[in-house]
Design a binder for this molecule. Structure first.
Ligand SMILES: [Zn+2]
Length: 251
């Protein structure tokens, strides 16, 4: 009686060993599958423009993710503070406000940059996060007054500690924003409000920063209000140009 039972035990042993191995392999396979689904969700979420953390560091900067690993901060001009410039109808009622435009364009820019792999922070005009902010780029989005003029303009701090870097950013805007939107530059109206812009003094001095007036609420109203995705593309392309210095803007 003892013999067959010991025989059957010796037979069962290798079987359970194999079963254990299979079980372990299955657990590893399940884990890999879980991680793959998680990664896929992150990529799909990022492609949809959601601010999902972490992925920027998993992807390499290149053709598919030209902003991978970059930390970009955008100020939605006048957000949380006031309306900025206003256009009014003959009865004096506001028809278009600068703040509405900077918010709409800024959110579209953020979606584009997140799809390109960047971590994007949207800030209000006097956002407390500006204090000592360290980022690969800070760009403040504004629009100009409701006069019958047309064109964009950008400026950096006149007290910049990194003028060469910031001038490269302005060159990228001059190349990409002008090309995508078709707007002419309007440099003669760059004011001290722009070169002494409050945020320039608040962020870390090593954070490249600029302010962009995306057009006039008056002469460029159709572009700014009816085609905000074109404006956003111009801003995003300017930022991608800056983040990829291996492609220097043509003089
Ligand atoms: Zn403004």
């Amino acid at each position: 009686m003892a013999k067959p039972s010991s025989k059957s035990r010796s037979k069962a042993k290798p079987k359970s060993k194999r079963g254990g191995l299979l079980h372990r392999l299955q657990r590893i396979f399940n884990l890999v599958r879980f991680l793959a689904v998680l990664l896929l969700l992150l990529i799909v979420g990022r492609a949809a423009g959601y601010a999902l953390p972490g992925l920027a560091h998993l992807t390499r900067r290149g053709r598919w993710f030209p902003a991978a690993g970059a930390h970009v901060a955008l100020i939605l001009g006048h957000a949380g503070s006031d309306t900025g410039a206003i256009c009014t109808d003959p009865e004096g009622r506001p028809t278009v406000t600068e703040a509405a435009i900077t918010r709409q364009v800024g959110e579209l820019v953020a979606q584009r940059l997140r799809r390109a792999g960047a971590d994007v922070e949207l800030l209000e005009e006097y956002d407390p996060r500006l204090e000592g902010l360290r980022a690969d780029l800070l760009l403040s989005l504004h629009a100009d007054s409701c006069i019958d003029a047309s064109g964009y303009k950008a400026a950096r701090s006149q007290e910049s500690r990194i003028p060469g870097v910031e001038d490269r950013l302005l060159a990228c805007i001059d190349r990409e924003y002008a090309t995508v939107t078709g707007l002419p530059p309007h440099p003669n109206t760059v004011t001290h409000n722009m070169t002494l812009y409050h945020a320039f003094r608040r962020v870390d001095p090593e954070t490249p920063a600029a302010i962009l007036e995306m057009g006039f609420l008056g002469g460029d109203q159709e572009l700014l209000t009816e085609r905000p995705e074109v404006v956003a593309q111009g801003v995003a392309e300017s930022i991608l140009c800056f983040l990829n210095p291996e492609e220097p803007p043509a003089p």
